[in-house]
Design a protein around this ligand. Structure first.
Ligand code: HEM
Length: 367
């Protein structure tokens, strides 16, 4: 598997930057925080740091052009019964996805990013929209997946595509189709656009997280590994939302450094997850996958903020953890092997590409 340490692009630049306070990545920013205290300040002090606004580019907040989302609605955290409902759907749908994988070609690999799409989409949709019957839920889940797919070229583009470009039009059509389906649901909690954002965030990110988890399990021995520890270690080394941004609303003091008003300030859970003060074990071994490090209970996992912090912290974290823990238990009870080298796709958060694996212990489904 390619390591983040050796990755180029923005990911490499962030990991290579000096960890000595707030670092300007260019002559006029963006500014990168490199300590847990600064990161928390940026994410929790809403009077000094605003959320970047344009949802259609939100998978790549580091490329924000400075627009903000002041007055942004707060997403209420998913309640335990919603998490339970989502997990039940994921369990059934994951089993179904595995068993419908075509086993006719001996050794045909499973593609984690494809396999996870429907189980995650249906699970999150069930959790967020309890009133839908199965057919409507599946339709909404597919519309969200189409929107996520249509967003990909918009987000990945080096420059924001023009309003009437094919990428923008395709994205708008997919978004409107989803909005229409959501607007037809009686007693929807909040505007359709807000539900659409919740669904997209709650589907795209866990698909990437689940694929990373399977990639790590397939490339490391897993004897005696506890599923929850495997999940935390995955979210430490490859948090799908590896970087997030805020815009300063005024000049701010960050650990003694003056940052001007209107500046983009970055927080990277991936960088924070490599700080030895937050992670138990040998400091030289921090880039390596070792779930056992969390079994000693010496340090609390999650201090590197894989689910964010403050008012915009992830409202779906309990569902995310539940899905990933189920998937980890599934993966740990089998012998998974990667069939190809996994590289890091940085076009929207981070995702493993390709992420294909076989199940080596003869438990592949038979017809
Ligand atoms: C492993 C799974 C997940 C991870 C790692 C994750 C990570 C994150 C992170 C880091 C943020 C904060 C971004 C920021 O501060 O800029 C966030 C926000 C968000 N997440 Fe998650 N998430 C996961 C699952 C979910 C699920 C299952 C849902 C919905 C059911 C969800 C819905 C959201 C929403 C709506 C936001 C935006 C909150 C706001 O802007 O106020 N996420 N997530």
């Amino acid at each position: 598997m390619d390591s983040a340490e050796s990755a180029g692009g923005r990911l490499g630049a962030v990991l290579l930057s000096p960890r000595s306070g707030v670092v300007a990545l260019g002559p006029h920013g963006p500014w990168l925080t490199t300590t847990p205290d600064q990161a928390r300040q940026v994410l929790t002090d809403v009077s000094g740091f605003d959320f970047p606004g344009d949802v259609t580019r939100s998978g790549d907040l580091s490329a924000s052009r400075g627009e903000t989302r002041s007055g942004h609605l707060v997403f209420p955290p998913l309640q335990p019964e919603a998490v339970e409902r989502g997990l039940a759907v994921f369990t059934t749908e994951w089993e179904a996805a595995i068993s419908t994988h075509d086993p006719t070609v001996q050794g045909e690999p499973y593609d984690a990013m494809l396999l996870l799409r429907r189980p995650v989409a249906r699970s999150t949709t069930s959790a967020v929209l309890p009133s839908l019957d199965r057919a409507d839920r599946d339709q909404v889940a597919d519309l969200v997946l189409s929107w996520i797919d249509a967003l990909a070229p918009v987000i990945a583009a080096r420059r924001p595509p023009r309003r009437w470009s094919r990428a923008r039009r395709t994205e708008r059509d997919a978004r409107l189709a989803l909005d229409d389906a959501l607007a037809a649901i009686p007693h929807l909690d909040g505007p359709p656009q807000m539900t659409a954002t919740m669904l997209a965030a709650g589907i795209q990110v866990p698909i990437a997280a689940g694929a990373w988890l399977l990639a790590w399990l397939a490339s490391h021995p897993s004897d005696g590994v506890d599923p929850v520890s495997a999940v935390w270690e995955t979210l430490r080394l490859t948090p799908p939302t590896w970087i997030t941004a805020r815009i300063t609303t005024r000049e701010v003091d960050l650990g003694g450094q003056r940052v001007p008003s209107g500046a983009v300030v970055l927080v990277s859970p991936l960088l924070l997850g490599r700080l030895h003060e937050l992670v138990p074990g040998d400091p030289d071994g921090l880039p390596g996958f070792d779930p056992h490090r969390w079994q000693s209970g010496v340090q609390r996992p999650g201090a590197w903020l894989p689910f964010g912090a403050g008012p915009h912290a992830c409202p779906g974290r309990h569902l995310g953890m539940a899905l990933l823990t189920h998937l980890a238990a599934w993966g740990l009870s089998r012998t998974l092997s990667l069939t190809e080298r996994v590289t890091i796709d940085q076009s929207r958060g981070i995702a493993p590409l390709p992420c294909r694996f076989t199940i080596a212990d003869g438990r592949e489904p038979v017809r």
